[in-house]
Design a protein around this ligand. Structure first.
Ligand code: BGC
Length: 757
């Protein structure tokens, strides 16, 4: 009975969506019949919109193009007033009155800024992540935006790459869950109403595997690695119904992604069934000239024929496609297909019904940076922090006595939102110092000093302070700045050292060959530790850093990433124990940059290092450092502690599609309530191709009171054992599997299962 109701509902839904699709097709067919070739190409054009100033849009170069029907959309324009003004040009002055689509890099919040994506991923909390995307969509849509260039789901295993900050870390399973949560958060269940915006998953594909961690560099890997390790999050976004996809800058198999037909058409559309539109990245077509693919006309023709629908900034499609059509380098069918996809996106968003659907000044006044959004951002930020070390329970701090807050990042509000905070109003962000003072009021005396500059090199500091995020460099000699801090520290019971990276030391075009805390700050940290007072390192960073010295010498380390506009308060909440930290790393933290790339789901090699060993001649290791990271994937401490029982299996063997239940009893063995992420890993012991030492296959975030225990179970089915084999067939192979459950990827309980086909 229940099944027939569900089937009936599915039938009604399918009939409905079929009818809607048919209606859309009729509308777009009619519109396209009226369009000239030039107008069709106009829809594929997404120019840069730098020169749009309220009240002057009508005189700009862009305005003329809009009136001529040569613009499909614009991006990164902030405010309803400006957006309304240009939309008016499109729907009142262009011949066919086709509305524009308005995009923006709403990456981790709009004006209410959430933690950078790498930080957010450490919450391992999908509802929380989805809510953050929903709030971002509500705020952005209240300000005229209907399309976001997010989520960025590039798997990244090289912390030299600055854009590791923008994604969800190294793991395809976690990354896929987050991709789904973000897409559904932005897009909601439908575009009805005006708070859901179209999501754009990026950067398709494999952008995070850039050689040497240098941005925009070459990428090359086996197809097996692609499909098993790098593709899953893009695919998950497509399965979640993402409306658009952004092509990446890098090459794939020797062809830039932007011109890679196999990637854009064969895999994305034919294998995965993607129905939305594909936009290039910023000047992605033009850059193929430098890649050595040919002149702009060739690059544009190849992009279009590969499956690109919209050209960001470079105008290659707009300016060269007519010639290419005459020369038969492109087909009209392909131009029509691309144009149709852009029109469909606008239709689905409801822009043909109401081009000003997202331009409600009243919403702009009342729905952005609200108290409730800020409260959500504050609690979300606290969930993203990862407690890396806490010797002798230095943390949480007592709400009494004197705390010295020292470091170049202690009182810098511009830095709190982190990279890619296009819509943020830095003046509204709260520095750590202000946050601490407001949270603990008069209970704690807070004293402060700068202690050092971000880095000794002022030019480096300039590069690391772009986009209005100045570090306010102190021009006094380093010794004077340091001595002042040591004098201040004398009066403190505990020192909070606010150090690490500035916001723009990660993000786009911010690769580093040295992933340590800059030396000027390290010198300060060493001097603070040498005072003998308890030191808490509050670490700001957009990437995993090499923290060997810090881990060996600093009593407590709280990694706060860049927590967003409310991070100053959230850090105070965690430092003083109002919130118990529960973040778990989504990337491995190496001992030094020489170990990079380092990730938990590595292969074994033919000469694996013996368990517990750190060097054996003729084994796969280094002479000068062990193979271990400082902090493994999945790691993070709490103010309480958790113990795990051995794994109980419902059966040690299975056949075919059976399910096995693996259970552990998790106990909060400490003295306060805390959250724990219980992680399931599986190893396929023998395979027709080599298999990783373990792979994340499930997790559950739970909360336990002090002394409380709970049985946590995972149902494991053959779906969890599947992988892409040598022939890229997605299947599982019978044999022995090691089931691992634990608090991080290193510390796990193990059990063995034999699975027959
Ligand atoms: C970035 C994209 C971004 C685009 C638009 C590019 O430089 O790679 O991630 O969405 O700019 O701002």
């Amino acid at each position: 009975m229940k099944r027939s109701i569900i089937l009936f509902a599915i039938c009604i839904f399918s009939i409905n969506s079929y009818a809607q699709d048919a209606k859309m097709k009729t509308f777009i067919d009619a519109l396209m019949q009226k369009m000239t070739l030039e107008e069709k190409l106009g829809q594929l054009n997404l120019p840069g919109s730098g020169d749009i100033v309220t009240g002057q849009a009508g005189n700009s170069d862009i305005a003329k193009k809009i009136e001529q029907g040569k613009v499909g959309g614009l991006f990164n324009i902030k405010s309803v007033a400006k957006i309304k003004e240009v939309q008016k040009l499109a729907v009142e002055k262009s011949r066919l009155k086709i509305p524009l689509i308005f995009g923006m890099d709403v990456i981790h919040g709009y004006e209410t800024v959430f933690p950078i994506p790498l930080g957010l991923s450490c919450s391992w909390d999908m509802d929380l992540i989805k809510r953050s995307a929903r709030i971002a969509a509500v705020e952005a849509s209240a300000d005229g935006i209907n399309w976001t260039f997010s989520p960025m789901v590039d798997i990244a295993r090289d912390p030299r790459w600055g854009r590791i900050a923008e994604g969800s870390g190294e793991d395809p399973y976690l990354g896929s869950q987050i991709a789904k949560a973000m897409v559904t958060g932005y897009q909601g269940t439908s575009y009805a109403g005006n708070t859901s915006i179209m999501s754009c998953v990026k950067h398709y594909a494999m952008y995070g595997a850039t050689e040497a961690g240098r941005d925009y560099n070459t990428t090359d890997m086996s197809h097996q690695r692609m499909f098993n390790e790098y593709m899953p999050p893009y695919k998950a976004a497509v399965e979640a119904g993402v409306g658009s996809v952004m092509a990446s800058f890098n090459e794939v198999d020797g062809v830039p992604a932007t011109a890679n037909k196999w990637l854009m058409t064969e895999v994305l559309r034919k294998q995965w069934g993607f129905k939305g539109f594909v936009v290039t990245d910023y000047t992605g077509i033009n850059e193929m000239v430098d890649h050595g693919i040919g002149d702009l006309q060739t690059a544009s023709a190849r992009a279009l024929m590969a499956g690109i629908d919209m050209d960001m900034v470079g105008e290659g499609l707009l300016t060269t496609t007519q010639k290419s059509l005459k020369e038969k380098k492109v087909t009209l069918a392909q131009i029509d297909a691309a144009c149709r996809r852009i029109l469909e996106a606008k239709y689905k968003l409801g822009l043909f019904d109401n081009p000003y659907k997202y331009c409600d000044e009243n919403r702009a006044k009342t729905e952005i940076f609200t108290a409730s959004n800020r409260a959500e951002a504050r609690s979300t930020a606290a969930q993203s922090f990862v407690l890396l070390k806490n010797n002798n329970n230095v943390l949480p701090l007592k709400k009494s006595g004197t705390v010295a807050v020292i470091g170049p990042l202690a009182d810098n509000k511009e830095n709190m939102p982190g990279t890619w905070s296009v819509a943020a109003d830095f003046s509204k962000a709260t520095s750590l110092l202000t946050g601490l003072k407001e949270v603990v009021g008069s209970q704690v005396k807070i004293i402060t000093a700068r202690g050092s500059n971000l880095d000794e090199d002022s030019l480096f500091e300039d590069r690391a302070g772009m986009f209005g995020k100045s570090l306010h460099r102190d021009s006094r000699p380093a010794e004077v700045i340091l001595q002042e801090a040591l004098d201040v520290a004398k009066g403190a019971d505990v020192i909070v050292a606010a150090l690490g990276e500035s916001a723009e030391m990660s993000g786009e075009s911010s690769s580093r060959s040295n992933i340590s805390i800059p030396k000027a700050q390290q010198d300060l940290l060493k001097a603070l530790v040498a005072t003998g007072k308890p030191v808490v390192l509050v670490l700001f960073t957009g990437r995993p850093l090499a923290l060997k010295w810090e881990n060996d010498n600093v009593p407590a380390i709280l990694n706060v990433w860049f927590g967003g506009s409310e991070a100053g308060y959230a850090i105070a909440d965690v430092l003083f124990g109002d919130v118990n930290p529960s973040g778990k790393l989504s990337t491995t933290f190496p001992q030094n940059v020489g170990q990079v790339p380092i990730y938990y789901a590595h292969k074994r090699t033919g000469r694996p290092l013996g368990e517990g060993k750190w060097f054996e001649k003729f084994r796969s290791n280094y002479l000068d450092v062990s193979n271990d990271p400082v902090y493994p994937f999945g790691y993070g401490l709490s103010y309480t502690s958790f113990t795990y029982s051995e794994i109980q299996l419902s059966s040690a063997s299975a056949k075919g599609n059976q399910t096995i239940k693996a259970t552990v009893k998790v106990t909060n063995s400490g003295s306060v309530t805390g959250k724990e992420v219980v992680q399931l890993y599986i190893r396929d012991v023998v395979g027709s191709v080599t298999r990783p030492v373990k792979e994340l296959k499930g997790f559950q975030k739970i909360e336990l009171k002090a002394g409380e225990s709970r049985d946590i179970s995972f149902n494991i089915s053959p779906e969890d054992l599947k992988f892409y084999n040598y022939d890229l067939k997605y299947d599982w192979e019978p044999g022995e599997f090691t089931i691992m459950i634990g608090t991080n990827s290193r510390d796990v309980k193990k059990a063995t299962v034999n699975w027959a086909k």
